[in-house]
Design a protein around this ligand. Structure first.
Ligand code: KG4
Ligand code: ZN
Length: 351
């Protein structure tokens, strides 16, 4: 089955053609980073206008790169939730128009669930179920018990910032341009960076909690860089007062702390599921922060130590893309889970 997938939930306009849920024939992504950089975050109105301009050229290039004709596509899939409503609307409208004009079925895909599929793309082996799922992206940080591709149960999620958002905000505090996650990652790997120089807080949220919180860590980074605010005049300094060594130390300490937090929550989730008599066979991971160098290493070590089959997305499929949408859509379509032309975008995830 040949599926054309569309993705416009935030600030990436993407289209991809995937065969049988596995073979990525093309994956076209137009990022908007340059449009949002001066605001240090995504501006919804700018994002949706850019999607309108880019969606048709991106679809055309995905179809051309795949070497297929639109008429050969068996179904059209779209990430219809969660995301910015004005952004989602563009992908959903385009997908509905294509499905109608081609007389092909429409498949509605949850973007967060699709992130968990990214690690399977291009790989021959299937994950063993039940699996544990971890999504760490710019908008979401969640843990799932995955019984199968269409049976997910959310075990926990962030109660404030998503991990990617925390990366981007910490990066802004350190003077790294938006989106700062990759830049902070590079700084943390600078020669001589000491990941124990700053004692930053690991948020556990009580015994057994599988939720995440990164707002306290963000404040700790703010105080480490600018000092504790002293009265109405605010902070004593900004990042320009720090030496290059001190900045690298903050970045490395931040990175160590978030990785420890993620691994701690994975351990808790594994223990809880084993205690409930549903031990997991594999670990599915996805979202922009799975591109992080240290997190990739630590997830690999964790999976080896626990005897888990690890599915870590190839670098190109960590951040938002449409290949993961078309990939997951294959399994929804096989179960006959089709949408119709009344499909509407939804701001929240299904679970
Ligand atoms: O999955 P994604 O494209 O967006 C959402 O669905 O929300 O993830 C984008 C996020 C951004 O916050 C970005 O800074 C972060 O992923 N990111 C990274 C790295 N590469 C991207 N964070 C840490 N280290 C990286 N190497
Ligand atoms: Zn995403």
């Amino acid at each position: 089955m040949l599926i054309l997938g569309l993705e416009t939930s935030c600030d990436e306009t993407a289209a991809a053609v995937v065969r049988d849920g596995r073979e990525v024939l093309s994956s076209a992504v137009a990022t908007q980073n340059e449009l949002h950089a001066e605001y240090s975050g995504v501006v919804p109105e700018i994002a949706s206008r850019a999607h309108v301009e880019r969606i048709l050229p991106v679809i055309r290039s995905a179809v051309e790169l795949a070497g297929v004709k639109l008429a050969e596509v068996d179904a059209v899939a779209v990430g219809h939730r969660p995301g910015l409503i004005g952004s989602l609307l563009i992908g959903v409208s385009a997908a509905k128009a294509l499905a109608w004009s081609l007389a092909r079925p429409l498949v509605a895909v949850d973007h967060v669930h699709a992130h968990l599929y990214a690690g399977v793309l291009g790989r021959a082996e299937q994950p063993g179920f039940p699996a544990l799922g971890l999504v760490v992206s710019g908008g979401h940080t969640s843990l799932y018990s995955v019984r199968g591709w269409t049976g997910l149960e959310r075990l926990g999620a962030t109660i404030d910032d998503a991990l990617g958002e925390a990366y981007d905000k910490a990066a802004t505090i350190l003077g790294i341009p938006y989106p700062g996650g990759p830049g902070l990652d590079r700084l943390a790997q600078a020669q001589g960076a000491n990941d124990r120089a700053y004692d930053l807080p690991i948020s556990r949220l009580g015994p057994g909690s599988l939720d995440f919180s990164f707002s306290g860590l963000k404040t700790a980074v703010l105080y480490a860089v600018r000092g504790v605010p002293d009265g109405p005049d605010g902070y004593a300094r900004d990042h320009s007062a720090l030496t290059a060594q001190a900045k690298a130390d903050v970045a490395a300490s931040f990175q160590r702390t978030v990785c420890r937090t993620v691994i701690l929550k994975l351990e808790r989730a594994m223990d809880r599921l084993a205690g409930e008599g549903r031990p997991v066979a594999s670990l599915l991971t996805g979202g922009g922060v799975t591109a992080n160098s240290r997190l990739r290493t630590e997830l690999g070590a964790f999976a080896r130590a626990r005897g888990l089959q690890l599915f870590l997305p190839p670098m190109g499929y960590c951040v938002d893309n449409a290949a993961m949408i078309a990939g997951l859509a294959h399994h929804l379509a096989r179960e006959g889970r089709f949408a119709d032309l009344t499909l509407e975008p939804m701001p929240t995830t299904a679970c």
